[in-house]
Design a protein around this ligand. Structure first.
Ligand SMILES: CC(C)(COP(=O)(O)OP(=O)(O)OC[C@H]1O[C@@H](n2cnc3c(N)ncnc32)[C@H](O)[C@@H]1OP(=O)(O)O)[C@@H](O)C(=O)NCCC(=O)NCCS
Length: 156
């Protein structure tokens, strides 16, 4: 049985996160991605802000290997969770297990989340962790180069 663990993000984890962020299938799923996922300076700036306190972030380890991350942003009093995992780890329950552990660490409730249309895996992860659908939104998604519908979820 694979062992899934969370720990605070270390600077040395960022190279792996940057690789995960380049994976085309993941970009399509997430949809609402940076305009240029390969822009390392913009990536580092975003992570500097998170690690300086703009969010609560955890690295996800699968059998000791960095396979992803989760972040909770306390945005305008409506904290929101996001996550991203290496494609090699998909379909093994890693995201569901990691989000379950993360929700034990993060006290903010209600906690919000968004899922782009078609990202059924992410929606399933959230619903298995207790999030419920509360609405929809729509916006331009860099990762698909198109306007995309989103499902809004909340954990109370
Ligand atoms: C979305 C993501 C987090 C899922 O990670 P994962 O480790 O594969 O997720 P899990 O294995 O824990 O769970 C996936 C669930 O979705 C289900 N699923 C997968 N693809 C599906 C599909 N096309 N339709 C319906 N359900 C699907 C799986 O069966 C599983 O549910 P189950 O455990 O009840 O069988 C991962 O693919 C990822 O990081 N994608 C890129 C970034 C991203 O989309 N982030 C989220 C932004 S909102």
């Amino acid at each position: 049985m694979a062992e899934i663990a969370l720990r605070p993000v270390a600077g040395s984890d960022l190279d792996a996160f940057f690789v995960h962020q380049q994976q085309p299938d993941a970009i399509h799923m997430a949809a609402f991605t940076p305009l240029q996922p390969g822009d390392r300076a913009a990536f580092d700036l975003r992570w500097r802000r998170i690690l300086d306190g703009a969010g609560t972030a955890r690295t996800v380890l699968l059998d000791g290997v960095v396979v992803g991350h989760l972040v909770c942003f306390g945005d305008r009093g409506a904290p929101e969770v996001t996550y991203w995992f290496d494609q090699s780890s998909w379909g093994r329950g890693v995201a569901t297990a990691a989000l379950t552990l993360f929700l034990d660490d993060v006290d903010d409730r209600p906690l919000h989340a968004r899922v782009a249309a078609g990202n059924e895996a992410s929606r399933r992860v959230l619903e298995r962790c207790g999030f419920v659908v509360v609405g929809t939104d729509r916006g331009y998604a860099n990762g698909r180069g198109a306007v995309v519908d989103e499902t809004l979820l909340v954990l109370r």
